[in-house]
Design a protein around this ligand. Structure first.
Ligand code: NAP
Length: 304
């Protein structure tokens, strides 16, 4: 079978066996592991359907969605670069997806397109599995808070009323803007501590050193860490035993950030668990039933 299909293929669609009923839209899309996550799940549940990759360019999003809807698909996932545009392309946006500012899961129901976001809640489930803790209890620092994933995770943590949230981004103005947007979540009557509960700080060693003294969980939501040549995210001496470090990158499984954090005594986890649980939550939206998480985990691990 082809590793991915295009909008043109959809216009001359040859039914597959099992029938294609779900897909990920992306550009590029060939790297997506979503089929390895969802096809074992469909099999485990005895559902006669398969999940495919669709290479859909930015200007093809709306026609692509209409085409798969008309072909009888149940829903789709959206990945880079479609998560923001999908917010506008669907008929109804779920409240959480609107607050997170992105749609990554679409359900076709009675001819309508319903948009959801499973990245934020998927991250919360991952946090529980990896560290047995909830965001509510944590002082959190997000590296890459201006990107799509960083923004979604930071906003989800704000919605959970985390103890503290520090936003860091290469383009500082994006983290300042996000801090401004998230301020209402921190305007409650909790007693102010020695440090501010919500801050955007520049990506500079002195500022980071100060913040990391008052941080429990460090999240890497930048795209750095996948390549050996990528620069260090943080000077390693700033990583301490009291830190939990979650790297949203999962390939390689032990990024330099995670290796250095573990060497300094911190607890670490990579982004595989978030990938797994965002997929599980998408599955729940499509089928209105629990996802077979262990079958999905097995499929994902086999694909690595
Ligand atoms: P994105 O929207 O393109 O954002 C990229 C982020 O990385 C931005 O904050 C960007 O900063 C920052 N960045 C890029 N190059 C940098 C550099 N040289 N130095 C410092 N910062 C740099 O991408 P995304 O969708 O948010 O994805 C970000 C990462 O999360 C990717 O590695 C992706 O694979 C991963 N992810 C994982 C999961 C999962 O389930 N585990 C889910 C979603 C995403 P600027 O704003 O300054 O450009």
């Amino acid at each position: 079978m082809k590793p991915y299909f295009t909008l043109d293929d959809l216009h001359h669609w040859e039914p597959l066996d099992p029938p294609a009923k779900l897909a990920v839209f992306g550009d590029p899309v060939e790297h997506s592991r979503s089929p390895q996550l969802h096809n074992p799940a469909l099999k485990a549940c005895g559902i006669d359907a398969q999940y495919i990759r669709l290479h859909i360019r930015p200007d093809e999003l709306k026609p692509g969605l209409e085409k798969v809807r008309d072909l009888g698909f149940l829903g789709v996932n959206c990945t880079i670069p479609h998560k923001f545009a999908a917010l506008e392309a669907v008929d109804v946006v779920d409240d959480l997806a609107r607050r997170l500012g992105a749609v990554n899961t679409i359900v076709f129901e009675d001819g309508k397109m319903l948009g959801f976001n499973s990245d934020g809640p998927g991250f919360l489930r991952a946090l529980r599995e990896e560290f047995s803790i909830d965001a509510h209890d944590l002082r959190i620092l997000v590296l890459g808070a201006g990107g799509g994933a960083g923004r979604a995770v930071a906003t989800q943590c704000a919605i959970e009323h985390c103890e503290r949230l520090v936003l860091v981004n290469r383009s500082h103005e994006k983290s300042l803007l996000l801090a401004h947007q998230l301020a209402p979540y921190f305007a409650d009557d909790r007693l102010a501590g020695a440090v501010e509960r919500l801050q955007a700080v520049p990506w500079e060693e002195k500022a980071l050193a100060e913040q990391l003294e008052n941080t429990d969980l460090i999240i890497n939501a930048t795209s750095l860490g996948m390549k050996r040549v990528d620069p260090d995210l943080l000077p390693s001496h700033l990583l301490q035993p009291h830190h939990l470090v979650y790297d949203m990158v999962y390939s390689p499984p032990k990024t330099r950030l995670l290796a250095e954090a573990a060497a300094n005594g911190a607890r670490t986890a990579n982004g595989l668990s978030m990938l797994l649980y965002q997929g599980a939550i998408s599955f729940e939206h499509w089928f209105n039933r629990d996802a077979p998480v262990e079958a999905m985990r097995k499929g994902l691990l086999a694909s690595l």
